[in-house]
Write a protein that binds this ligand. Structure first.
Ligand SMILES: *Cc1c(COP(=O)(O)O)cnc(C)c1O
Length: 414
């Protein structure tokens, strides 16, 4: 590369990723094929519109790429319609809201401090000024059970147009049948924001919300699904809804699609259709459970009491007197990247909350199994309990580096 400063930064990032352990639950490593498609000449191409109906010439090959991406996405999630053009998860969510509602309409989503995402109506977002957001919560923070009775009661009263399932920091599987039932009762659409767990659904390790009557699934493609940074909107079988979504994504909301990214999405979906991906998805959950158990064995409180997915949420402040920020910093020092996180009904502030959130997608991609994950969790606890002990931290850092070296980031998965 002739741009030396940028080349140097890319090399440094490569080294950082290779030498450390990535436990941020929304991150992963893509295959060389995905990278190649993402860095291909399709980045040069404008292709506003959809396959067969574009506003520019020269679409002999873009149409093929987008058709394949759509076909594979539908096969992967067992649905009839897919829009693969959203630039990321947040634009997919916003375009969906605008496609299916009028300003002032109501959306019911998971309380943000109980695991919901910013796009489910955080007051700092623009959409929170346009739509009305109402909430449901966990009934019991120690088990993660959702309060479905209250959800029904509030939905009957407030008449939301959309009931959103899905989350960024929640560790249990949802009762999709209950969501659908409540949505039907109040005339709302049931929508799953599967940004975090799409890979678990695609790999058959989690239930598919479409099998329980959900109308749409929204997702990113770069988290557990292990593709390029991007978004996608899936519609089960309603053509009218699918048409509204297409119209809103383009021209309603976005301009030209990122055809290089769509090519990379198609490659990712192809990989996700293989038996190897099923194994990966199942292993993610096994790994997360082993790590959760180490924390519980050390009397560290977990929100939801454990995990059914890729993610663990630990109340490190309540259990060890170490704040989320301190935990994030001290683990960073030993080569473990994760993030501080608010816990449900957190007594502390967002910039230094009580919790940490960590997950297993990236280390599972690296080939970690239960044995290695158990060890990593033990090392994490050791550091958290000895956060000012330089000697312990140095020895842990050495062991983490050795583990990273033993499990290099793979270039292909199938
Ligand atoms: C990550 C995430 C998003 C947003 O995705 P971006 O690609 O960062 O825009 C939306 N919803 C949920 C539940 C998420 O976890």
């Amino acid at each position: 590369m002739r741009d030396k400063p940028i080349e140097k930064l890319i090399k440094s990032e490569e080294k950082r990723q290779a030498e450390g352990l990535e436990l941020i639950p929304s991150e992963n490593y893509v295959s060389e094929d995905v990278l190649k498609a993402n860095g291909s000449v399709f980045t040069n191409k404008y292709s506003e519109g959809y396959p067969g109906r574009r506003y520019y010439g020269g679409q002999e090959f873009t149409d093929g790429v987008e058709r394949l991406a759509i076909e594979r996405a539908c096969k992967l999630f067992n649905c009839k319609y897919a829009n693969v053009q959203p630039h990321a998860g947040a634009p997919a969510n916003v375009a969906t809201y605008f496609a299916l509602m009028e300003p002032g309409d109501t959306i019911m989503g998971m309380d943000l401090s109980h695991g919901g995402h910013l796009t489910h109506g955080h007051p700092v977002t623009y959409i929170s000024k346009i739509f009305r957001f109402i909430r449901y919560k966990m009934k019991n923070i120690e088990t993660g059970e959702i309060d479905y009775e209250e959800m029904l009661e509030v939905a009957m009263r407030e008449k939301p147009k959309i009931i959103m399932a899905g989350y960024s920091a929640y560790t249990r599987e949802l009762d999709y049948a209950k969501f659908s039932e409540i949505a039907k009762k109040v005339g709302a659409l049931a929508i799953m924001d599967a940004a975090h767990i799409a890979g678990l659904i695609a790999g058959g390790a989690h239930k598919n919300p479409f099998d329980y009557g959900f109308d749409l699934i929204l997702t990113t493609t770069h988290k557990t699904l292990r593709g390029p940074r991007g978004g996608m909107i899936l519609t089960r079988d309603n053509e009218e809804i699918a048409k509204k979504i297409d119209k809103m994504v383009f021209p309603g909301f976005q301009g030209g699609p990122l055809m290089n990214t769509i090519a990379a999405k198609a490659v990712c979906f192809g990989e996700a259709l293989t038996p190897a991906f099923k194994k990966y998805a199942t292993q993610i959950i096994k790994n997360a459970r082993v790590m959760a158990k180490v924390f519980l064995d050390n009397k560290i409180r977990l929100i939801g009491g454990g995990t059914d997915n890729h993610c663990v949420l630990a109340d490190v402040y309540g259990s060890l007197g170490v704040t989320g920020k301190e935990a994030q910093t001290v683990l960073d020092e030993v080569g473990i990247t994760l993030n501080m996180n608010m816990i449900a009904d957190d007594p502390r502030k967002p910039l230094d909350p009580s919790g940490i959130r960590f997950g297993t997608p990236a280390i599972t991609t690296r080939g970690f199994k239960e044995k290695e994950c158990k060890r990593v969790a033990e090392l994490m606890v050791k550091v958290l309990k000895n956060k000012d002990n330089k000697k312990i931290k140095e020895s842990v850092h050495k062991e983490i580096k050795a583990l990273a070296k033993k499990f290099p980031i793979p270039k292909k998965f199938v």
